[in-house]
Write a protein that binds this ligand. Structure first.
Ligand code: WTA
Length: 655
């Protein structure tokens, strides 16, 4: 991969500037080392103090960490709290009129909500949910566009102790169905429409389709927020308009006090098998991770205007839209649209218009904007910025430098944050007033995060050698289990091969001689396409579900903008198509996958063969397919290959 080559030669170092260091929450490298050492000396005592200082407890905890059911750790487990209380009520006495959310719609229309407003709206909606009979422990699916209402829906679930599971609005009815049934959800919260880049996506009709697929008897209610014209027929009594539901509801709602370990949410993510897994998070530990990373990594200040561009359908949108910024009392921007509509200056215009100080986005967005040249951001006033962040995939040093110099004018630190759905909050990322930056490295682990690199047997490898990224000790924000599948949780993240002790992240990484981490990529069959995780098996299952397809294998290939592109090798049930016919089949299959999973999973390339390259025992030789996908010559040993002639057929993409 070009990224790999370039980071291996990367030597530039950017120490924090003096002005930034002076005002930083964690100021100077010694402060970082001291804090890290404090956590190393006594991990429970370290988190104990932070949990007491940063969370408002209804009933304070007396136990910090319970490791007796390893790896099902429990944190603060006799404490009680409410996450929504910690995000909203706590600010009512001190800053009720501060703007919590500046919402900008796809068409540019701006609306705002203060902390007082947001609190009222959450309470009203929470009461609405209660009136539908939804209560503590129930699962609620949220399938919504980016909006203040999406945040309200999540916070309202948290307020009544219902466990939300947000499904990204770009997922298909079929993916939605899979998640609804796995969660056994009692309700779905959705909208008539989603507006992105001038296009309209009909969310409610996808919900109808999903609920018609059967096995969804648990769903008693569908709440529909009217984003568009509301031209749709409700299925009464199942469906109810959001505005009707809240009409007569009181705007105060006593929070449901829950145990620290109460599941705040599950979020489905891709793994090595065809079935997405429901990553389950706690209440208190998760919240603490979100708060500490806001302080340490984003160096949060009350005067900040924070903007994380992620959709609430991903974990980044959970921790750095719905929970982290509100818990610390920030003003944040929530944006409905896309970076290139109405033109590629949209992000820069938003930063200018709302005086954003902290901007957090994905490398794929940066790379797609680099294409339009440095002049474009130059046309906007970006002087409000003081900190830039990156998340979701490795950022190549070229993109890092562009972000740093063109967007940040070499004034703003770039925090490259490595973490995952399963870790809940940042794990390895610079504390920007302390740590010197190296483009392409997520730098050093946060205090309390015992990250390391090990070999196949779980032994430490020497710096510079590379291996599996693990976290050796528990941390509060880590996933507690996989919904309904604790066995899979254990097998996936604490595998026996590594001694079962450490959290295995699923990434390979290298630590350099300065102790800096460089993430290399996934060690499993998970692709990272535009910062989104997709399992190759999931896409393969979708393909073979098509009546046309006999067999399919999916691999990734490096892509300049998306990081990785999806290449599918397909054997059809009928004859291998040629010319026009092949072209039409490619289009048909791409749309098919889009319908099965969602547009993000649509293969970039499809190639047809009479068979796939297999060993004599019938195993598909994926490494050969990866070489073919990259358009490279095969230099590997193919002597175990049953059918070498197939390689010739699979060499060329369909024109
Ligand atoms: C990748 C997103 C390199 C990694 C928060 C990880 C990264 C997966 C970075 C998790 C980064 C995320 N540098 N790689 N800064 N951040 N990744 O669950 O492979 O959607 O395992 O969480 O994205 O993706 P997820």
């Amino acid at each position: 991969m070009s990224t790999l080559k370039s980071i291996l030669h990367e030597t530039r170092v950017f120490p924090p500037n003096e002005k930034f260091v002076k005002q930083a929450n964690l100021s100077g490298i010694q402060a970082y080392h001291n804090l890290y050492a404090e956590a190393e000396r006594d991990l429970p005592a370290f988190w104990d103090k932070l949990a007491r200082e940063n969370i408002i407890w209804h009933k304070p905890f007396t136990r910090v960490l319970d490791e007796s059911h390893h790896p099902f750790f429990r944190w603060f487990d006799d404490g009680e709290l409410n996450v929504s209380f910690n995000c909203l009520d706590r600010h009512l006495a001190t800053q009720p009129d501060k703007i919590a959310i500046i919402f900008e719609a796809d068409d540019g229309k701006v609306t705002t909500a203060t902390y007082r407003d947001l609190h009222k709206r959450v309470c009203q909606f929470a009461n609405g949910l209660k009136s539908l009979g939804i209560s503590k422990g129930d699962r609620v699916i949220i399938y919504m566009p980016m909006s203040i209402e999406a945040v309200v829906a999540m916070q309202a679930c948290a307020r009544i102790g219902a466990t939300h599971s947000v499904v990204f609005g770009g997922f298909s009815a079929k993916s939605l169905h899979e998640r609804i049934t796995d969660a056994g959800a009692v309700a779905v919260i959705t909208a008539d429409e989603q507006h992105r880049g001038g296009k309209i996506n009909h969310l409610k009709s996808a919900v109808d389709e999903a609920l018609a697929m059967g096995g969804t008897g648990s769903v008693k209610s569908v709440v529909v927020y009217k984003r568009g014209q509301g031209n749709l027929a409700l299925q009464v009594p199942r469906d109810v308009w959001w505005h009707e539901l809240i009409k007569d509801q009181s705007d105060s709602c006593e929070p449901e006090w829950v145990n620290a370990e109460h599941p705040l949410f599950t979020l489905y993510t891709s793994g090595s098998t065809g079935k997405p897994k429901g990553v389950q998070h706690s209440s208190a530990g998760y919240l603490l991770g979100a708060i500490m990373s806001m302080q340490w990594v984003f160096d949060y200040k009350p005067t900040d205007v924070f903007w994380c561009t992620a959709d609430v359908g991903w974990v980044t949108g959970h921790s750095y839209v719905t929970y982290g910024p509100l818990a610390v009392g920030a003003t944040q921007v929530v944006f409905e649209g896309v970076p290139t509509f109405p033109d590629a200056g949209r992000f820069w215009k938003l930063i200018q218009d709302h005086k954003v100080t902290t901007f957090y986005t994905a490398p794929t967005a940066i790379r797609s904007l680099i294409k339009f040249g440095a002049d474009l951001p130059g046309k906007y006033d970006l002087s409000s910025l003081r900190l830039l962040g990156s998340v979701g995939e490795p950022i190549n040093p070229e993109a890092w430098m562009w972000y740093y110099t063109v967007v940040g004018k070499s004034r703003c630190p770039v925090v490259d944050t490595w973490w995952q759905t399963e870790t809940g909050s940042h794990m390895i990322a610079p504390t920007p007033g302390a740590i010197s930056l190296k483009p392409g490295s997520c730098t050093l682990p946060l205090p309390g995060i015992m990250a390391a690199i090990v070999d196949e047997a779980g032994h430490d490898v020497p710096d510079g050698k590379g291996g599996f990224l693990v976290i050796k000790r528990p941390f509060p924000s880590q996933a507690r289990t996989l919904w309904g599948d604790p066995e899979r949780f254990k097998k996936t993240y604490f595998p026996d091969e590594l001694g079962g002790k450490y959290y295995l992240a699923g990434d390979s990484a290298n630590r350099d001689l300065d102790g800096y981490f460089w993430i290399m990529g996934r060690i499993d069959d998970v692709l990272n396409v535009s910062g989104h995780r997709l399992g190759t098996m999931e896409i393969e299952s979708a393909l073979v579900a098509s009546p046309l397809v006999a067999e399919a294998a999916v691999v990734g290939k490096p892509d300049e903008i998306k990081g990785e592109a999806i290449v599918a090798f397909v054997v059809l049930k009928g004859a291998r198509p040629q010319g026009e016919d092949a072209h039409a089949t490619v289009i048909e299959l791409r749309n098919w996958v889009s319908g099965e999973i969602g547009p993000i999973a649509r293969p970039d390339e499809i190639r047809f063969g009479d068979n796939l390259p297999k060993t004599r025992s019938g195993k598909i030789m994926r490494r050969l397919l990866r070489t073919l996908a990259r358009g490279e010559e095969i230099t590997q040993d193919v002597s175990t290959l049953e059918n070498p002639a197939i390689l010739e057929q699979l060499k060329q993409p369909v024109a």
